[in-house]
Design a protein around this ligand. Structure first.
Ligand SMILES: *[C@@H]1O[C@H](CO)[C@@H](O)[C@H](O)[C@H]1NC(C)=O
Ligand SMILES: *[C@@H]1O[C@H](CO)[C@@H](O)[C@H](O)[C@H]1NC(C)=O
Ligand SMILES: *[C@@H]1O[C@H](CO)[C@@H](O)[C@H](O)[C@H]1NC(C)=O
Ligand SMILES: *[C@@H]1O[C@H](CO)[C@@H](O)[C@H](O)[C@H]1NC(C)=O
Ligand SMILES: *[C@@H]1O[C@H](CO)[C@@H](O)[C@H](O)[C@H]1NC(C)=O
Length: 256
């Protein structure tokens, strides 16, 4: 299944901060054409502006084989100002993360942006996956995994249901003192059935990477799921204590 697997450690300040470095990136397809560069710049600029309003945008620029297609989406629960700030970070980061690459994707906590020479809009893409799992394990891990699975499935169903804006958020009390929070989201260009398939497909990685883990994220290009034992989605859960620094291990896979 995995052609490439890279593992390394990094820390994130959570849940309120986000930084200019993306949590994941994908770059492919070198180009040399000046027109391609012009079209990429135009797409990034359009996306930054239009996705700041409403949290989602698709666009294209150019003609024939120079055409560049783009999509940007903020996490459905973040504020307009966080959304806009995140999109601006992504716009600045593309030339750094993916120089001279015509297929580029950047994942942040609060937003996602991509462009490509192929018109990918409306097509589910699960060909690249980034997994971030907490280095710490839960207490009573088997019961915890069961609770996580149930909760993530609920969040997935929420994200697919009409009127959800492709976003699902769920919370459960695992013990009197420990809550589990889960979020699921698809890009808004997907039909509900494609969204559902994408989200269900994330579950295959849970036994391999997320088992016993206190928190875990599976990020595809077209959808993502995440769970934690601290509140990380908005509105923040007022009763729970906010986490300090959690450490995650990152795995990058190219399933096909
Ligand atoms: C793309 O460009 C980079 C940087 O110039 C180079 O290292 C890489 O080998 C190129 N990839 C292909 C497929 O040509
Ligand atoms: C592309 O841009 C570079 C740098 O601005 C310039 O030197 C070159 O002549 C341009 N090439 C074409 C085909 O326009
Ligand atoms: C598009 O086609 C033209 C003419 O065949 C070629 O010169 C150019 O490099 C192509 N651009 C890309 C991005 O493939
Ligand atoms: C956490 O659980 C996983 C899966 O059972 C195990 O491989 C790993 O060693 C555990 N890590 C710690 C820090 O206990
Ligand atoms: C979870 O919350 C429900 C409703 O408030 C309560 O009945 C239940 O006992 C709680 N479970 C645990 C394990 O604390």
């Amino acid at each position: 299944m995995a052609l490439v697997l890279k593992l390394f450690f990094f820390s994130l300040l959570l849940p309120l901060s986000y930084c200019a470095d993306p949590i994941a990136h994908y770059c492919a397809q070198n180009y040399t054409s000046n027109q391609t560069q012009i079209n990429i710049n135009q797409v990034i600029s359009d996306l930054t502006t239009s996705a700041s309003v409403g949290g989602f945008a698709v666009t294209s620029s150019g003609n024939g084989n120079d055409t560049i297609y783009g999509l940007a989406q903020c996490r459905g629960d973040v504020s307009a100002s966080d959304c806009s700030a995140c999109l601006s970070s992504a716009a600045k980061q593309f030339p750094v993360a993916c120089p001279k690459q015509a297929d580029a994707r950047l994942w942040y906590d609060y937003c996602f942006m991509r462009y490509d020479t192929n018109n990918f809009v409306g097509q589910s893409d699960t060909g690249f996956v980034t997994i971030l799992y907490n280095v710490q394990n839960a207490t009573d891990p088997d019961a915890f995994d069961k609770a996580v699975r149930k909760l993530v499935k609920k969040a997935n169903s929420d994200a697919v249901s009409a009127g959800s804006g492709s976003l699902g958020r769920e919370k459960t009390n695992f013990t009197e003192y420990i809550n589990i929070y889960a979020l699921a989201q698809c890009t808004r260009d997907l039909q509900p059935l494609d969204c559902a398939q994408c989200l269900w497909s994330t579950l295959q990685y849970f036994p391999i990477y997320c088992s016993h883990r206190r928190g875990c994220r599976v990020l595809y290009t077209s959808c993502m799921v995440r769970y934690e034992i601290y509140p990380f989605y908005f509105p923040l859960d007022g009763n729970a204590k906010i986490s300090g620094v959690d450490k995650y291990t990152k795995a990058i896979l190219h399933p096909h």
